[in-house]
Design a protein around this ligand. Structure first.
Ligand SMILES: NC(=O)c1ccc[n+]([C@@H]2O[C@H](COP(=O)([O-])OP(=O)(O)OC[C@H]3O[C@@H](n4cnc5c(N)ncnc54)[C@H](OP(=O)(O)O)[C@@H]3O)[C@@H](O)[C@H]2O)c1
Length: 314
């Protein structure tokens, strides 16, 4: 762990690496290895995963790439997904953490999350009990929590001498409810890092997809975004205009926007070029006028980007 560890500007997400049907990709360790190597060579060494991403598949693939690397050369962010735990076991938290550590061949995580709010106070209490008094406490975080739930989690951790260090929520140009509900402000005021996931809306804000080129049929993301590709085209056109100004690709602008908003974006990467793009995005500084104009346009499109596991943060 620790609360003082140096985080890169961007984390990389390995959900798609779990091949669980969300993305419509068929990724192999062979095709993913160059992505990992490119990222590490460019200082992007913070990897976000979860047991739920293919029931251990994403973690195992990542573990294969970590083999033999010095432990201090990478950071692993993993999650406790309540729905994956054996709630009937008295040691469900310990069992899950130990299963995940074994899957990844690690002896500690750098960041560990309660993945969602399903019985979250109980699980946060279990998490706190597990780490209380240990010297390998990771940054502790909660995901998909609203402001009241975040405060409650922080209280539970505090009562065990621990602290909430991170929040991970959906945050993009077309879903700013974590900002509107005061979560970003609360995080800033309390020294909590806000990790923004789905900044690219699973590729819908990358400029790659439009009405003539929809997302892969049969995938969960296609169901969500293909019906609104006409609206997304309008936003992607504005992103492209800025991208041309900064001599980058369309996909770098939402990432630069998330950084400009003071968040740490987690970008899902399925190609080495995505990592190269992410590296460049970290060097684009949008002006306040540019971020405001993008937000105004995105709001005017009224796209509902809340996914089945999420809620509007109030
Ligand atoms: N805590 C939670 O509940 C939660 C929920 C969702 C995500 N997450 C985390 O956040 C990470 C990111 O989310 P995500 O992967 O769902 O969505 P995302 O980052 O918005 O989108 C990733 C997808 O966008 C495309 N892409 C990425 N970089 C690109 C580039 N430079 N140019 C063009 N296309 C690009 C790729 O898809 P194609 O190339 O196939 O189009 C990639 O699979 C996840 O991997 C996971 O670690 C957490």
């Amino acid at each position: 762990m620790n609360a003082e560890m140096k985080l890169p500007k961007i984390a990389l997400g390995a959900w798609a690496w779990g091949n669980d049907g969300t993305f419509g990709n068929d990724l192999t360790a062979e095709s993913l290895h160059p992505i990992f190597d490119t990222a590490m060579a460019n200082g992007l060494n913070l990897w976000d995963t979860a047991y739920a991403y293919g029931m251990g598949t994403s973690e195992k693939v990542l573990a294969g790439f970590l083999k033999g690397l010095p432990r201090e050369s990478y950071l692993i962010s993993d999650k406790f997904t309540p729905q994956c735990a054996d709630a009937s076991s008295k040691t469900a938290m310990k069992d899950m953490i130990e299963t995940q550590l074994a899957l990844m061949n690690l002896d500690r995580f750098d960041i560990y999350w309660i993945h969602n709010v399903w019985n979250a106070p109980k699980w946060t209490e279990e998490l706190a009990k597990y780490f209380e008094g240990r010297d390998d406490v990771p940054m502790l975080g909660v995901s998909n929590h609203n402001l009241a739930e975040i405060k409650q989690a922080n209280e539970i951790l505090r009562s065990h001498g621990l602290k909430l260090s991170a929040v991970q929520n959906h945050y993009s140009l077309i879903n700013r409810s974590s900002e509107d509900s005061g979560i970003l402000d609360y995080c800033r005021a309390n020294g909590i890092t806000f990790f923004a996931y789905m900044v690219l809306e699973q590729g819908a804000l990358s400029g790659k997809y439009d009405t003539a080129h929809p997302m892969p049929a049969g995938s969960a993301r296609a169901e969500t975004y293909n019906p609104v590709l006409d609206k997304l085209e309008i936003l992607n056109a504005a992103l492209k205009e800025l991208a041309d100004k900064y001599h980058v690709g369309t996909a770098q602008i939402p990432v630069a926007w998330a950084i400009a908003k003071g968040t740490l974006p987690i970008i899902g990467v399925t190609k080495a070029s995505h990592v190269e793009d992410a590296v460049k995005a970290a060097n684009v500084t949008l002006t306040e006028e540019e971020t405001a104009a993008l937000e105004k346009l995105a709001d005017s499109l009224e796209i509902n980007a809340i996914r089945f596991w999420e809620k509007v943060m109030k």
